[in-house]
Design a binder for this molecule. Structure first.
Ligand code: HEM
Length: 404
């Protein structure tokens, strides 16, 4: 406790380890980074994302040593990895399971951000995170193409065709494909992008954290209170290590027990360009977006609605502004809509896996409408709720913090 207090004191006195003072010694800076003392486990997710990103880079590089980006050899080379190369099955299973884990963590990280309103204190970190999410979606999708199974080919067909809705998109599509149809050349380009972009993600992730360190972390209470900061090391370095141990146990446990838990069986069938499968669908982590894409019976309308739904969380820092409390803990109506939003996300994920017919289409339209409305409703409700509380609080000033 003495350590905590002395650290807080030096911070108050304006010592050069405050969040606004980024010293060029980044190593020292990372260890001394002043953190709120009350960070909950939801603040572990960011470091977990780094761990999974590292695991994906490592297993990805190992897989690349045996993978062949050729229409005739892609699935055969992965068969070789699974059956003949030493521990190839473990590396590939970890890479596939790691991708699912990465997106599960990203969604939790974003939901944490929305619930605790961290975008209010750190909008620049929020936007850099959003770019990371969009890039990660691209990389995840490109990875799904590489085994060159049935879903790889038809998934690539559906997604790349979305380019045709923008002016000049048809030409851009031909350029990307390397011809008028998807071919061997396309697969090689997909592989190169899938190999290179994760390094961009790594660089952007470091920028993401650097930006955070310049302004300081939020905390679950949502009050901007830096008075009792504690240094990152040892307080949160130990906590992050505990998170890493749990995460690795979960990743290894799940992927080695249920190696193909989320994989579509059609991915194990070789591509047949003459036969379209009755249901074309992506991995589970893109199903919500896919459900939104299909719920609008107009190509350009569907594509733009899907993009709006993906990058929609960008509006949070724009709509909000007047709040003093970031967290939803003090706003039950917003919390209610938030929980419905999370449930609706799961609902859309289920819809995305169904054949787009009958009641599923209507359900998808309802889910899409709610998803988009909630993005606007949540920050508005929070702001209005607090505004009314604040007005009330002015009448009895003692019940609100002096910061008001
Ligand atoms: C590759 C993906 C990502 C990585 C590696 C990453 C990493 C991190 C880390 C290490 C932290 C600090 C610890 C924590 O608060 O959990 C953090 C904080 C943060 N992240 Fe991310 N993140 C990623 C994606 C995202 C996304 C998609 C968003 C939102 C759209 C986002 C928004 C934020 C925000 C606003 C904070 C600051 C939290 C605060 O104020 O305390 N991040 N991130």
């Amino acid at each position: 406790m003495e350590h905590v207090l002395s650290y807080s004191k030096s911070y108050e006195e304006g010592a050069d380890d405050g969040p606004h003072e980024m010293s060029p010694n980044y190593y020292y800076n990372a260890l001394k980074y002043p953190c709120p003392p009350n960070l909950s486990i939801w603040w572990n997710i960011g470091s977990m994302l780094f761990l999974v990103l590292g695991a994906q880079l490592l297993t990805g590089i190992l897989l690349s040593t045996s993978y062949t980006a050729d229409e005739a050899l892609a699935s055969v080379s992965l068969e070789y990895v699974m059956r003949d190369s030493n521990y190839g099955w473990a590396v590939r299973s970890l890479h596939m399971g790691g991708a699912s884990m990465f997106f599960a963590l990203i969604y939790t990280h974003v939901a944490r951000g929305v619930y605790f309103g961290v975008y209010l204190k750190n909008p620049h970190v929020w936007y850099s995170g959003l770019s990371l999410y969009v890039l990660s979606m691209g990389v995840g999708f490109l990875g799904y193409v590489l085994p060159w199974g049935v879903m790889s080919y038809w998934g690539l067909t559906v997604i790349t065709n979305m380019m045709t809705v923008i002016p000049g998109g048809a030409r851009a599509l031909d350029w990307f494909q390397g011809g008028f149809v998807i071919s061997d050349v396309t697969l090689k380009r997909v592989f190169i992008l899938h190999f290179l972009l994760p390094f961009v993600i790594l660089g952007l992730s470091l920028t993401h954290v650097l930006l955070l360190h310049m302004n300081g972390s939020s905390n679950p209470l949502g009050l901007d209170e830096t008075e009792f900061s504690v240094p990152f090391h040892p307080y949160y370095s130990i906590k992050d290590l505990a998170g890493f141990a749990l995460l690795l146990a979960a990743l290894v446990g799940i992927t080695f027990t249920f190696a193909s838990l989320t994989a579509d069986p059609l991915q194990w069938q070789p591509v047949n360009k003459m036969k379209t499968p009755s249901v074309i669908k992506p991995e589970w982590y893109f199903l919500y977006a896919y459900a939104i894409l299909r719920s609008i019976p107009h190509k350009a309308g569907g594509v733009s609605t899907m993009f709006a739904a993906i990058v929609g969380v960008a509006v949070f820092p724009m709509i909000s502004g007047r709040e003093k409390f970031q967290s939803m803990k003090v706003c039950p109506p917003a919390r209610f809509v938030f929980l419905l939003w999370v449930a609706n996300f799961t609902f859309l994920t289920v819809i995305g896996a169904q054949e787009p017919a009958g009641g599923w289409v209507l359900a998808g339209q309802f889910g899409t409408f709610f998803h988009l409305s909630a993005l606007v409703m949540i920050p508005m409700i929070k702001e209005e709720w607090e505004w009314h509380l604040y007005q009330g609080a002015r009448l009895s000033e003692s019940c609100y913090p002096t910061k008001f």
